[in-house]
Design a protein. Structure first.
Lengths: 320, 223
């Protein structure tokens, strides 16, 4: 027995990295060639994978854009300090000069009672009603922009509390509520995209697994003959794994194209919308990191899908 | 080279392939295996190539106990046993060259050495000019010779043939047998299953006869 095993070991060819690499390259190219022999079938399978991947990736990119926008809003948040009714414009200017020295404040804009009234008249549509008043009921307002280090919601809140303690202060407002709500919604959407991505990733695994299963069935005779001749399971597995890898990679490329084209299509209207809001917002497309992640991820899914299929179906084929 | 010790093979369902077969084939022998159809010739060959495992007894091939060989070792065992089939079992979507090269590719041989050996094997079977042809375009006799080239290209010490002349006319059969005779002269051990009694009677070699899964005659012992 031990003699027999030694014999087997001795006859086993030594490992040669150059030949190993050459074989892998050969198998990779051969399976690629096999796929290009049936371009339509390959394209259709890859397209299904591409569409399945494009959906979560596209949503991911859109959410990223939304976050960029709302992030800008948040950091630009200013604090509205409404002064008490009896504080005059003069006193307000004096206060603003004092506050300008505050280490957390970047700039202060004073809105005197008169201009507050003018703005209200213009925007509210209550112009005629205001005519009836004999005095201006509006307070002076200081619009305070915190320094960038203090512009996060938490630190800005501290500043709000501090300003509220001023004797001249009536109401201090940091209007971030709606930005926060938007963020909460975005987070939910992100979670949903993650769930969607997982489900569709699973679908891609199944698509590739099934494609490879059919491929194994088609090449049943070939597998049997190669096994007869002394091929190891690893040798037989290799071309199928590469086929899965290629399918995944092609699917990833198609997904990338779909997302890039979709973003290109909506970037025009988005720019128009941004212009209406006087914002220079530019819809960002897939960056390099996302692209690399998409391609390696899809290729990895392809490899995994074929691995599962090959593991299940290859061992069932034995020569007779 | 081959040692069967009280080997039996029963199939699920109760059919008996082999029942208590014992014999020994020494290195360098050329032996014919004969018997009626269903006598167990193919079963016996399958046990040697480990296409099937015996249900009882011990099979030794090339000093290796096949009964105890792990499944993961089977490919390495098969590389030392060249197998030839009645239906050739060639890959029809590949050229003759690629078919013959397959055993060398499988064992990880470099391209240059592979090419040299494939050409030598094709030259030996007289098909050097057909290396780029598809097997399907060749005649039955030529396809069988491709199968033979593939079986010997890795220079295995043992070659098994299951009805290699089953579909060939007498002249072609004779040519194939002469080819086997030549391989035997250079030291290859051959075990050839055939029911063509007329052909093997002319070869003057050892003959094992199976009947209903039992070894009923061994010309070596009767001589």
């Amino acid at each position: 027995m031990s003699k027999g095993r030694n014999n087997a070991m001795r006859r086993r060819p030594g490992f040669r990295p150059d030949i190993w690499l050459q074989r892998h390259l050969q198998v990779a190219l051969a399976s690629l060639g096999r796929l290009t022999n049936t371009p339509l079938g390959t394209l259709m399978t890859a397209a299904v994978i591409g569409i399945a991947l494009a959906l979560p990736i596209g949503l991911h990119v859109l959410l990223n854009n939304l976050q960029n926008v709302s992030g800008g809003w948040e950091s630009g948040a200013s604090i509205s300090l409404f002064l008490k009714q009896e504080i005059s414009d003069k006193q307000a200017t004096a206060l603003s000069k004092k506050l300008r020295l505050h280490q957390r404040i970047e700039s202060i804009q004073v809105i005197p009672k008169a201009s507050a009234m003018a703005e209200f008249r213009r925007l509210s549509g209550f112009g005629d009603a205001l005519e009836a008043l004999d005095s201006n009921p509006l307070p002076a307002l200081l619009v305070i922009l915190p320094k960038s280090d203090y512009s996060t919601p938490e630190t800005a809140q501290l500043l709000v509390r501090e300003l509220g303690l001023l004797p001249e202060a009536d109401i201090v407002q940091l209007d971030l509520q709606w930005v926060r709500r938007l963020q909460a919604i975005t987070e939910i959407a992100q979670r949903a995209v993650l769930v969607l991505a997982t489900l569709l990733g699973l679908a891609v695994l199944l698509i590739i697994g099934n494609t490879i299963r059919l491929e194994i069935q088609n090449r049943h005779a070939e597998i049997e003959i190669t096994k007869l001749i002394g091929a190891t399971n690893g040798f037989i597995r290799r071309p199928f794994l590469y086929t899965g890898l290629w399918y995944g990679l092609f699917g990833g490329i198609i997904a990338w194209l779909l997302v890039a084209i979709s973003i290109l299509l909506i970037s025009g209207p988005v720019a128009q919308l941004a212009m209406l809001y006087q914002s220079a917002f530019d819809l960002s497309s897939l960056d390099i990191t996302t692209t690399l992640l998409l391609l390696t991820g899809s290729a990895g899914l392809g490899l995994l899908g074929s691995w599962i299929a090959v593991g299940r179906h290859l061992s069932a084929i034995e020569p007779s | 080279m081959i040692h069967f010790d009280n080997v039996s093979k029963r199939y699920p369902g109760g059919h008996t392939g082999l029942a208590g077969v014992s014999f020994r084939i020494e290195p360098g022998e050329m032996v014919f295996l004969t018997g009626h159809s269903g006598a167990g010739k193919s079963t016996l060959l399958k046990l040697i190539g480990l296409l099937e495992r015996s249900s009882g007894g011990q099979v030794h091939v090339n000093d290796r106990n096949l009964t105890r060989l792990k499944n993961s070792q089977i490919p390495y065992h098969r590389r030392e046993v060249g197998m030839i089939f009645q239906d050739h079992r060639l890959l029809n979507d590949r050229t003759v060259f690629d078919n013959v090269a397959l055993p060398l590719v499988v064992s990880g041989m470099g391209y240059k050495e592979t090419s040299r050996r494939v050409h030598a094997a094709l030259d030996k079977v007289g098909l050097l000019n057909k290396e780029k042809a598809a097997p399907i375009t060749l005649s039955g006799g030529e396809q069988q010779r491709v199968g033979i080239a593939r079986a010997v290209v890795s220079k295995p010490p043992l070659v098994l043939a299951d009805e290699p002349t089953g579909n060939l006319d007498p002249k072609l059969s004779q040519e194939i047998m002469e080819l086997f005779g030549w391989f035997n002269q250079v030291g290859v051990t051959l075990l050839i299953a055939t029911h063509d009694l007329e052909l093997i009677s002319r070869m003057d070699k050892r003959i094992l006869t199976l009947s209903n899964g039992q070894l009923v005659q061994d010309t070596w012992e009767t001589q």
